[in-house]
Design a protein around this ligand. Structure first.
Ligand code: GDP
Length: 528
């Protein structure tokens, strides 16, 4: 087996969208192309549905599904494609942020009628910050929606992207005739059929020929010609280099439900998307083709069965090959571990494999040794960067509700925080513990899991914080810093890795602090 070839043929990406834009549907259609599944309906939605079931039952269901959809892999046209699942629900946004540290590119799905929505904005902002290459897929063209040019304007303005269309719709909704593929220079005529697996496209060498008129009608073809001209004037030509640098984002149109435009999306993705990309450690940059294995933990999943207390740690392999039963250094613990049953993921199954390559994700059984962000190597002391914690949006004191179970509570909280369910802050003033989450749902998850997995009970009390700001100072003896600490004493805490945090109670107090103490830098993420 040629390792370099194996690495070069991997494409690891995530699909991000606001809930309901069509991420699950698109994922499923992509898997159909790989022959990884035979029929529609095989990919389960990881959506949280409010309804008959109570919230925590829903959460348990969600956890089960999210194991099975964590990584979906398939082979297509000699490439190995790994799709990493990114929950769309805002209460699981932190999980999605972390998953984005493990992808080499993303596809952004946007609903043609709803346009850019809130969750898309947040997730794209993270991708933009990290300069992740993005392809935009405008979905549901079979429905009435916004004008394609208006939508691209909206994408540029709200998401801060620089787009260039690689395909363009001919009509829309009731009048939807098909798509002109600028990338491949052909036309795909629309027939609504969700079971269609292979699309027939008609090559159009000369847009001015009558061939196009015959296919879609004279008025539609004239309109298309005008629009394509406008596109040429307004948008820059596609430039792969700019795309790879995160400076330009190609846009494609389609309808996932009708499996329309999906083959084009996948083929375009294969043509342009990056193979495994280099990644920074605190020590140096790691190249995927380096012979020695390096990787990091981006997700931890507790076992659903309370009798088996082990967890599955998801590792993104950054370089080299990961081998079964080989010894690897866990650099935070400075301890070596061997893994006898590393899981690899195929379609919706996972199975034990002997070798995985850079770009792949392996799931390792873990009894509590891993935390999000941990690094594995063949001996070199490295620590991967870029897996920060983000400021939570909700804060509550956590109290022990069963004094006989304080050990269990401590262990439970500790492990749940390692899994990244929420963040723990310890107040400087009195040592009280505050749990910060992205969504209120997580408090229910924590309470439920503490009770069912650790036999501990907790209660919450509101803590009046607005944001967690990680504090940076160039000199801990500096006057402004000391003054800041004295004045804000009540709001100071340590995060789990003992970094100093200011739990600000309002936007106003953050602004005031920034004004009054310009030498004290406040950050909304733990890495700066
Ligand atoms: P997710 O929340 O982003 O995973 O969205 P889903 O894939 O679950 O899709 C949300 C809803 O939109 C479902 O009812 C889909 O059947 C529907 N949907 C997805 N793609 C299309 C499309 O191309 N056209 C239409 N009309 N509906 C679609």
């Amino acid at each position: 087996m040629d390792t370099q070839l194996e690495i070069a043929r991997r494409r690891t990406f995530g699909i991000i969208s606001h809930p309901d834009a069509g991420k699950t549907t698109l994922t499923e259609k992509l898997l159909l192309f790989g022959g990884a599944i035979q029929e529609a309906g095989a990919v389960k939605s990881n959506k949280i549905k409010k309804g008959a079931t109570s919230d925590f039952m829903e959460i348990e269901r969600q956890r089960g599904i999210s194991v099975s959809t964590s990584v979906l892999a398939f082979n297509y046209k000699s490439k190995k494609i790994n799709i990493l699942d990114t929950p769309g629900h805002k209460d699981f946004a932190e999980d999605t942020f972390r998953t984005l540290t493990a992808v080499d590119s993303v596809i952004v799905v946007i609903d043609v009628a709803k346009g850019v929505e809130e969750q898309t904005e947040k997730l794209v902002a993270v991708c933009r910050l990290r300069k992740i290459p993005m392809i935009v897929f405008i979905n549901k063209l079979d429905r009435e929606g916004k004008d394609a040019f208006d939508l691209m304007d909206e994408v540029e303005q709200k998401l801060g992207l620089k787009v260039t269309p690689l395909s363009f719709p001919i009509g829309m909704g009731y009048d939807f005739k098909g798509i002109y593929n600028i990338w491949e220079k052909n036309v795909n005529l629309f027939t609504s059929d969700s079971k269609k697996n292979i699309e027939d496209t008609i090559a159009i060498d000369d847009l001015n020929s009558t061939e196009l008129d015959q296919l879609v009608g004279k008025s539609a073809s004239d309109k298309l010609r005008e629009e394509l001209e406008l596109i040429q004037e307004v948008y820059p030509a596609f430039d792969r280099e700019s795309y790879l640098l995160g400076e330009q984002q190609p846009v494609l149109f389609g309808s996932a439900l009708n499996n329309f435009g999906v083959r084009e999306l996948l083929d375009c993705f294969l043509d342009i998307a990056p193979p495994p990309t280099p990644k920074e450690t605190e020590q140096r940059i790691i190249l995927p083709e380096e012979p020695k294995m390096t990787g990091f933990v981006f997700k931890i999943h507790a076992n659903m069965d309370p009798k088996h207390r082990d967890r599955l740690a998801f590792i993104k392999i950054v370089s080299g090959t990961f081998e079964r039963n080989k010894s690897y250094l866990h650099t935070r613990l400075q301890k070596s571990f061997k893994f006898s049953s590393p899981n690899a993921f195929f379609a919706e199954k996972k199975e034990i494999v002997d070798v995985s390559f850079a770009g792949d994700i392996v799931g390792l059984h873990d009894t509590g040794n891993f935390k999000i962000g941990d690094t594995l190597t063949e001996g070199e002391n490295l620590k991967f960067k870029g897996i920060p914690s983000f400021s939570p949006e909700h804060f509550r004191y956590v109290n022990n509700a069963d004094p006989l179970k304080s050990k269990q509570l401590e262990k439970g909280i500790d492990q749940l925080m390692d899994e990244g369910v929420a963040q723990l802050f310890t107040l400087d003033l009195n040592g009280r513990k505050v749990i910060g989450t992205v969504g209120a749902l997580q408090y229910e998850v924590i309470q439920y899991r503490l009770e069912h997995e650790y036999g501990a009970k907790c209660s919450y009390e509101n803590f009046p914080a607005y944001k967690a700001c990680w504090i940076e100072t160039s000199d801990p003896r500096e006057e402004q810093y000391l003054d800041f600490k004295r004045v804000k004493q009540k709001f100071l805490a340590k995060d789990k890795s003992c970094k100093e945090v200011f739990l600000a109670d309002s936007e106003f107090s953050i602004q005031m602090a920034a004004q009054k103490y310009p030498n004290v830098k406040l950050h909304f993420t733990s890495e700066f």
